[in-house]
Design a protein around this ligand. Structure first.
Ligand code: UD1
Length: 389
């Protein structure tokens, strides 16, 4: 299908926006804070919406609590795919989603981020000719051993509208041959949720937490699935803990691995995954955040909290060029050095990237509606002058 045909299909749909049916697919924890703002804005504009939860994340503390704190309506459909290998999880999403899309006949399906549910949903729709909009398009770590990188590459290739958070994402997409017509730089939608709930997070009690602490999150397969790698990281954290208490909400995958490998982390303050607002409170008050998450690199940049990322690469380079993020890989010496700088008050200073302003969802809604800001980024050179929106 040519780009022109795709675009005209989308925009003829957008022209009758009041009758537009938008189907959102979410599945895993990091999707929820990205979908919430857009669900809210589209609802306020009278758009008919159908919310599908794939059930990739199903525990109350990985899913339900986010729906309630982010005021996301209960899903219209829950595919209940649960956990499994990547192939089986994606296959189940595809098998169970296809009849829903055929039945609901949406004008467009919106998918979020880079999780297995995202690419599976995009594949279903691209095969049955339903336009797909990818929110948080264009991010690249250039590391194809990372499952999310494959999900991003495929989702972007088969999506019809690509909503990007920053200029680097536009460049990545164009380098991969994606037409500028499809690309809309709208800013970082996750920051919309953060902006909305930051005040609520400030109300959270400190619950006896120390004044200064390091907040840790860890769940990348490359960090937690290998016994020796995980041991090395935890040893470094145990050492840091003697100087700066570690607060560590543990992802289920990581909890399982710590148990499997029999590693003693009783000296650290471990807790179950925590809800969005409480996590924001811990994050914004932390002396430093040590993480391998993608979204947390962005949140700390916005909050101006130092972030040490336990990865060799990032699909969010703007957090290192403009923000507070430093990549320390799996180098315990570098982690210690960067930690010392922070404790000595010499943390890297950062600024908030352009369009991380809490209004990304409105810009996406404008694109869907075909109002101002609907024109795609316009450039054929690598320089990419930005379309003002
Ligand atoms: C998924 C995403 C990752 C995202 C992360 C956030 C993919 C490829 N990965 O990784 O990009 O950063 O979510 O959490 O989509 N489990 C539970 N309860 C749940 C969900 C999972 O206990 O609600 C456990 C299960 O044992 C499961 C394991 O966590 O096998 C991993 O879950 P899975 O969805 O496969 O991937 P994540 O590691 O969560």
């Amino acid at each position: 299908m040519s780009n022109t045909i795709v675009s005209s299909k989308i925009f003829s749909v957008a022209a009758r926006v009041n009758f537009m049916r938008v189907l959102h697919v979410v599945g895993a924890r990091p999707n929820f804070m990205k979908a919430a703002p857009l669900l809210r804005v589209l609802r306020s504009r009278g758009v008919v919406q159908i919310l599908v939860h794939t059930g990739q994340h199903y525990s109350a503390n990985m899913s339900e609590v986010f729906f309630s704190q982010l005021s996301i309506p209960a899903p219209d459909v829950n595919l209940e795919v649960g956990s499994g290998s990547h192939a089986s999880q994606k296959a189940e999403v595809m098998l169970r989603l296809e009849p829903v899309v055929l039945d609901q006949k949406p004008d467009i399906v919106l998918v979020y981020g880079d999780v297995n549910s995202t690419v599976a949903a995009a594949l279903v729709c691209s095969k049955i000719g339903v336009p797909v909009g990818h929110v948080e398009a264009g991010l690249r770590s250039f590391d194809r051993t990372m499952p999310e990188e494959i999900n991003r590459l495929i989702t972007d290739q088969i999506s019809d509208l690509l909503f990007t958070p920053s200029a680097d994402a536009d460049v990545n997409l164009q380098r991969e041959g994606i037409s500028v017509e499809k690309i809309h730089r709208v800013g970082n939608i996750m920051i919309d949720s953060l902006v909305q709930l930051l005040a609520a997070s400030r109300q959270c009690a400190k619950n006896g937490f120390p004044e200064r602490y390091a907040l840790v999150t860890l769940h990348r397969p490359s960090n937690v699935d290998d016994n020796q790698v995980l041991k090395n990281i935890l040893e470094a954290l145990l050492e840091i803990n003697e100087e700066l208490p570690i607060v560590f909400p543990v992802h289920p995958r990581t909890r399982q691995r710590i148990a499997d490998f029999g590693i003693d982390v009783s000296a650290l303050h471990l807790m179950d995954p925590i809800p969005y607002i409480e996590f924001l409170a811990l994050e914004s008050r932390a002396t430093v955040v040590v993480t391998d998450s993608g979204g947390i690199q962005e949140e700390t940049t916005f909050l101006n909290v130092p972030c040490l990322t336990l990865r060799d690469n990032t699909e969010r380079p703007i957090t290192t060029t403009l923000g507070t993020n430093v990549l320390v890989g799996r180098d315990n010496v570098m982690l210690r050095q960067e930690m010392t700088k922070i404790l000595e008050g010499k943390a890297k200073k950062g600024t908030v990237p352009p369009l991380w302003d809490g209004r990304a969802a409105e810009r996406i809604a404008d694109v869907l509606k075909g109002q101002s800001g609907t024109a795609p980024i316009c450039s054929t050179s690598g320089n990419l002058p930005r379309k003002e929106i």
